[in-house]
Design a protein around this ligand. Sequence first.
Ligand code: N01
Length: 484
Amino acid sequence: MEKRKLEVAIIGAGMSGLLMGIRLQRAGIRDFTIYEKAERVGGTWRENTYPGLACDVPSFLYSYSFEPKLDWSHRFAPGAEIQSYFEGVAERYGLLDRIRFGHEIEEARFEPASARWHLRARNGAESSADVLILASGPLHEKHYPDIEGLDRFEGACFHSAAWDHAVPLEGQRIGVIGTGSSAVQMMEPLSEVAGRLTMFQRTAQWIMPTDNVAYSEEQRARVRRFPLLARLTRAAYKLLFDTISVAVVQEGWGRRLLTKRCQDYLATVSDPELRRKLTPAYAPGCKRLVMSNTFYPTLEKPHVDLVVEGIERVEERGVRTKDGVLHELDVLVLATGFDAHAWGVRGVVGAHGKSLQQAWAEGTRSYRSVAMPGFPNFFMLVGPHSPIGNLSVIDVSETQSAYVVQMLEGLRAGRGKAVEPRADATRAFHDELAKAMSDTVWVTGCNSWYLDEQGVPITWPWSARRFRREMRRPRLEDWAFTGA
Ligand code: N01
């Protein structure tokens, strides 16, 4: 029997959107379009260009399993190298012809009568498709802090994900608001050029020491000669990260080991006052663990300050803290993270006229991280309840995209015109989630982007292995096909 032709729209040409395109090609689904707001692929790695940007998941793991790169420069490759990896993949797989650049989708609306998605881009372009796949990532919308006077600052001020490279840094007084992974990564390189560097900390972070070794030419040549080495290295890192994924979801030796490693590393800070300021009041892993072996030594440099007094307001000449001190600055970096609750696109409207945001008003939900009841022929990559955190999101997206292809095969085989997860199956999944969440470190008392607006974690409360196992095959009884 001839398979139904499916038209697929993917939103986002970052890591997961490109991956989805490759999966569709491999499944013989050639009629797909990737809508991308910018003029280049790469998502996170295109947007973020701050000094010191790197991936804190080892590059042999943070790359597609089927497209290993054999000559990474470092264990944790710099951002520009990762960006060029994705650009290379997009070109090699012939994806560039399938991408509509400069198309920021503002609205995607499901029309029940035709069982099709209607898309409208900010530039006015309209299109439609049978299936919509949201690959815009959870950390997409920059979070600008609500601090009085920010607009009055007379120096240069920008978000860490919108770095202004025209602003000179040499000898400048630089302030960084935030202590997340972005802020921590930029501290060492900024300290090398700044006249004075001040970090404004609201909450201390646990730091896991990691050594970013540079691979020698000889090591790289060896991997090029024996590509199996890349696969073996990847497998070893996968095992390590799977172990960390257990430590954060279950009490036990893994969590104790993780805690001890972070505590021991904190103890290496020689100045007791600085150590006190850097000591978090929550368990390691509750917020995403920050990986670094340069952060503490940077803070001990004489021209670097850690300010914990709390920001009162921003003034023309700098940041005034609650103790009345004005910290005069030339450059102010807002390393204040992302609005994880926006989940990429605001205007996705399902079969009953409700947007995703409205459907999530009382709690962010998903069916097993990939779909939502009421949103037929709609799939998400790295959606709510994905195993996110200190894991390779590429590994997670590979599992999800393979799952989505299996669901699309059902549509192609004529099981129905549309498919969506059953509401009762989604509820049952959430009951299970709620029970499992109580063992996780995310509910032990801290604030983080892992929590939704109700303070409930939007993560996967089990191991990464369980995710791969459960998502290998869809449970078809949890899905409703309609309009056969
Ligand atoms: O953002 P964050 P990020 N006044 O949300 C502070 C990934 N990532 O861009 O903790 C003062 O972690 C806020 O304070 P608090 C990774 O998944 C990966 O650093 O809320 N401070 C916090 O310190 C990461 O988790 C890599 O009290 C304010 C900071 O801003 C995610 O991106 C590298 C404030 C925000 O930290 C986000 O990281 C970089 C205010 N009004 C990022 N508002 C890799 O290497 C916010 N803050 C893979």
